[in-house]
Design a protein around this ligand. Structure first.
Ligand SMILES: Cc1cc2nc3c(=O)[nH]c(=O)nc-3n(C[C@H](O)[C@H](O)[C@H](O)COP(=O)(O)OP(=O)(O)OC[C@H]3O[C@@H](n4cnc5c(N)ncnc54)[C@H](O)[C@@H]3O)c2cc1C
Length: 415
């Protein structure tokens, strides 16, 4: 791609950008999707291990699956929707965590959510940690689970934003990979890969998008970059848009990482079961045993602990998981596991984290980030979603919404 011209440039080829692209294509608006990576999908990314199993290194669960548009898309691609209930909707294995204690923990967790729900929409937007019961023995585990959900420790998370999240509690998976389904949905769109956008110049009547492969002029742009990148890149817009930088800074990306392990002699474990590494600390992982019934373990890490391990490289995740698994299942067990491909999302220059959370007092930043500028710059991406943030279906809906806004302006101006 040397210098080129189009009607609408879509910046970023993840769930949001792809959804926006199809909405514009359906309305016969000329668009070009510009993606920094050599692949589509962004934080939706399926890789295949040596035995041919699809591993979702990013999104894996079709959350709110009964109203999630990716279900229909994945089915239309001939993929298999797996409706096995997720491990967090049933008791964990009782090793080291007897069922009575699990019930005690679940009650404490529900009471925490109930206190937060009752106060979250009140006068002040407090940190979620403010709703932990002082001295409760389960606070650290509640914090650990909170970090799997939000990517951050509860003291950093806005209770109002947490409460705004809407979930139907129906969670399905795509056997061949959620990331693969999202990336394949981009097939047929006009796309330039390996092409980081460097600046969006909106001084003149027409936009000038500076990229690593030349400049693109356009009437309008839909920006779907992760909020952490909008927050960091002061010179992304010329002239600068301090209100966007400010809104994005209220919505950092949390840290979540998955470590897949192959597992020899898996039969002793029930498919899709789970174990908590520790019950008395937030620096712990949760282990999903035999996902899809496969001979694997998926370890999940979140929050400041995931950030700490990222600093130590992939080996730090593996070493930590071995220590916890050895404690839970014995010294011989760890000879049965080997690490599979993983990805450190915080170190990824085109993500800088896993999914967005709002800082205390910053729940309003999602609407501010999503607001259009000057009928020419439109914003999408999971961080722009008020109720479905942090998810791939949230990304999808914001992409369609931004494209609808573009179309409304074009109709008004009869472009
Ligand atoms: C470990 C992990 C687990 C997750 N689990 C789930 C789950 O189970 N269910 C769920 O629904 N969601 C989950 N998510 C979140 C989900 O993956 C994201 O919310 C969703 O994919 C975000 O889509 P998006 O389009 O908003 O952003 P992205 O996918 O990040 O798309 C933005 C695109 O912009 C590109 N880009 C960045 N910089 C530039 C630039 N300068 N120029 C051009 N392009 C650029 C990026 O490469 C990327 O492709 C998970 C994420 C992670 C990391």
């Amino acid at each position: 791609m040397a210098n080129s011209d189009t009607e609408v440039v879509i910046i970023g080829g993840g769930a949001a950008g792809i959804a926006a692209g199809w909405r514009l294509a359906k309305a016969a608006v000329e668009c070009l999707l510009v993606e920094a990576r050599p692949r589509l999908g962004g934080r939706a990314w399926t890789v295949t291990d040596r035995s041919g199993c699809a591993l979702d290194l990013g999104c894996g669960w079709l959350h709110s699956a009964d109203r999630n548009p990716w279900v229909k898309i994945a089915k239309s691609q001939g993929r298999t929707i797996d409706k096995t209930p997720p491990p967090w909707q049933k008791p964990a294995l009782p090793n080291d965590f007897p069922l009575a204690k699990q019930q005690d923990f679940t009650q404490a967790q529900h009471a925490f959510y109930a206190r937060m729900e009752a106060a979250a929409q009140g006068a002040s937007d407090l940190p979620a940690a403010a709703f932990l019961e002082p001295g409760c023995r389960w606070n650290r585990l509640i914090d650990a689970v909170g970090s799997y959900i939000t990517g951050a420790d509860l003291e950093r998370v806005s209770a109002r934003d947490f409460d705004n999240y809407a979930d139907t509690n129906v969670n399905w998976r795509v056997r061949e990979g959620y990331g693969a389904a999202i990336a394949a949905h981009g097939d047929g769109l006009p796309v330039v890969l390996d092409c980081p956008v460097l600046q969006i110049d909106h001084h003149a009547r027409r936009l000038k998008i500076e990229t690593a492969k030349g400049a693109i002029t356009a009437d309008q742009a839909i920006v779907t970059l992760p909020s952490a990148l909008i927050a960091d890149k002061e010179f992304l817009f010329a002239p600068a848009l301090p209100e966007k930088t400010e809104a994005a800074r209220g919505l950092p990306l949390g840290f979540n990482d998955k470590l897949f392990l192959s597992l020899e002699k898996p039969e002793e474990f029930e498919p899709d079961s789970r174990l908590f590494g520790h019950k008395d600390r937030s620096a712990t992982a949760t282990y999903h045993l035999r996902p899809f019934g496969r001979p694997q373990i998926e370890a999940y890490f979140g929050g400041s602990f995931a950030a700490e391990l990222e600093a130590g490289g992939e080996r730090a995740f593996f070493d930590f998981a071995l220590t916890e698994l050895k404690r839970l299942l014995g010294g011989d067990f760890i000879r049965r596991v080997k690490p599979l491909p993983m990805h450190r999302w915080g170190a990824d220059p085109f993500a800088r984290g896993s999914y967005s959370y709002a800082l205390p007092g910053k729940a309003g930043c999602r609407a501010k980030l999503a607001a259009a500028v000057d009928e020419r710059l439109f914003f999408a991406g999971e961080a722009c979603s008020i109720h479905d943030f942090s998810t791939a279906h949230g990304g999808f809906h914001t992409g369609v919404a931004a494209a609808e806004q573009v179309l409304a302006v074009r109709r008004k101006k009869r472009v």
